[in-house]
Design a protein around this ligand. Structure first.
Ligand code: CMC
Length: 429
């Protein structure tokens, strides 16, 4: 980061502030000394103008619809690479050589099983528990099983924890799915690639032979690539904040998963599909568009809008193509949900409300239709997002831990509560 100086006038004080430039994208004003120089904090609810850290992992240009992992456009990675290659890239900063890739795949594959006692731990959840409730609990519980990789000051343990989480997340997500449908857990099969193994753990049953469909496996692998990282979004910032206190990596990733669950974030894929089902037919779309535009109605078109993208989400474009590939492979020609989705997209993209507010379809708009066609229930959608985002969370957590200037995250506030007052005994209130 290179820099020069700017000045800020606060009342009668002029404060010198460094302006720091990134390699691309907006510069930042370094306000770290603002409080000591002026006695004031900045105020930015929702962090719309605040960079919380310096990072070399992911870059988004929301106006142009650009997403880069370590400098590589998402379109190229999704077209030519596979998910584990993306994981290596996000963690290590460079694309792997063939030997590095083979070694990485081998190491991840050797960690796919979870401690057998975890299977019994699952029995404690209610059968109808939401898979994300099970995920948040079981990810956090890993810190109770893998004590030998919780010392964050040891680079080797950090690496082992990272491998474990990338490898075990599909196993846990598949177990969460199997548990809710009342089928036996399927152990990982290490002769399969990462995503084929996950599909098998989800859809195989002991009574029948299961053959992985390579088109579906490739499509899901691409979905994982698209979701792998997204710079300082809410769940990633949660992971960083949790990690800043020195908490163990499993606990930090569980915190990220909890944050992801919300419908404004990762829960939007589930909410978007539910919304399409609620709309039901193309004739009902105008009614829902009117609701979305009504200021007095809290309804929002799920799968539309993004804090950063004020242009087409580049992931949504790839996702749309993947959706069509999956539907064609499965012979689904007339999916009413797809008809609703296409018409909704057409209307929203030509409606002045959505154009003026720059509300484009985001990745969640299409991913739900694809995952549903593959056989996943809506309740699993966010768990799949968590599986894929795990590597991004870990890469960001690792970057933070390895930064010598890292300190505990501790935002300040604008206090608007009561000034100091005297306690009055209960009988006199
Ligand atoms: N439908 C209707 N109006 C909307 C929508 C929507 N989906 N999204 C934003 N708006 C309106 C909003 O009412 C506001 O209008 P006004 O300025 O008149 O008050 C304006 O657009 C700006 O909205 P905002 O809430 O201030 O924007 P934000 O940056 O805080 O919110 C968002 C971003 C993603 C939370 C929001 O667009 C949203 O709730 N979208 C639906 C949920 C969704 O699809 N989330 C997935 C995001 S992508 C996956 C991920 O990265 O997790």
């Amino acid at each position: 980061m290179s820099g020069n100086n700017g000045q800020l006038q606060v009342g009668d004080k002029t404060v010198d502030m460094a302006i720091k430039k990134g390699s691309i994208g907006p510069s930042v004003i370094d306000i770290a000394k603002l409080y000591s120089q002026t006695g004031m904090f900045t105020y930015d609810p929702g962090f719309t103008s605040t960079a919380s850290c310096e990072s070399q992992i992911t870059y988004i240009d929301g106006d142009e619809g650009v997403l880069l992992y370590r400098g590589y456009p998402i379109e190229q990675l999704a077209e030519h690479g596979d998910f584990l290659e993306t994981c290596y890239l996000l963690l290590e900063g460079e694309l792997p050589t063939a030997a590095q890739k083979a070694d990485f795949d081998y190491r991840v594959t050797r960690h796919t099983m979870v401690h057998e006692q975890m299977a019994r731990f699952f029995q404690g959840f209610r059968r109808d528990a939401h898979p994300m409730a099970v995920m948040v609990g079981s990810i956090g519980a890993m810190s109770a099983f893998y004590h030998d990789s919780t010392d964050i000051s040891d680079p080797y343990q950090r690496m082992v924890a990272s491998m474990r989480m990338i490898a075990k997340m599909p196993t846990l997500a598949a177990m969460a799915f199997k548990y809710t449908v009342g089928q036996p857990f399927v152990y990982p099969l290490n002769s399969l690639d990462y995503t084929s193994n996950f599909l098998r753990m989800c859809f195989a049953v002991p009574a029948e032979e299961y053959k992985v469909n390579p088109v579906l496996s490739r499509a899901l692998d691409r979905i994982f690539i698209l979701h792998a990282d997204h710079e300082q979004n809410a769940s990633t910032s949660t992971v960083r904040l949790a990690g800043s206190s020195g908490a163990n990596p499993f606990a930090c990733i569980a915190a990220g998963a909890a944050c992801l669950w919300g419908p404004a974030h990762g829960g939007a894929n589930e909410a978007a599909l539910k919304m399409l089902e609620e709309i039901g037919t193309v004739d009902n779309i105008p009614k829902f568009i009117a609701k979305a535009k009504d200021k007095n109605d809290p309804f929002r078109l799920m799968g539309f809008g993004h804090r950063v993208y004020k242009n087409y989400d580049p992931r949504a474009k790839i996702m749309q193509k993947t959706t069509h590939e999956v539907l064609a492979e499965l012979g689904i020609k007339d999916d009413p949900l797809l008809d609703v989705a296409i018409e909704l997209e057409r209307i929203a993209l030509s409606d002045s409300y959505f154009i003026e507010k720059k509300l484009y379809p985001n990745i969640d708009f299409y991913s739900g239709i694809t995952l549903k066609a593959m056989g996943f229930p809506t309740s699993m959608f966010t768990a799949l997002f968590a599986l894929a985002r795990t590597v991004g969370w870990i890469a960001q957590w690792k970057e933070m831990i390895e930064d010598p200037s890292q300190k505990i995250g501790r935002p300040r506030q604008l206090y608007t509560g009561s000034p100091q007052r005297e306690y009055s005994p209960i009988g006199r209130r």
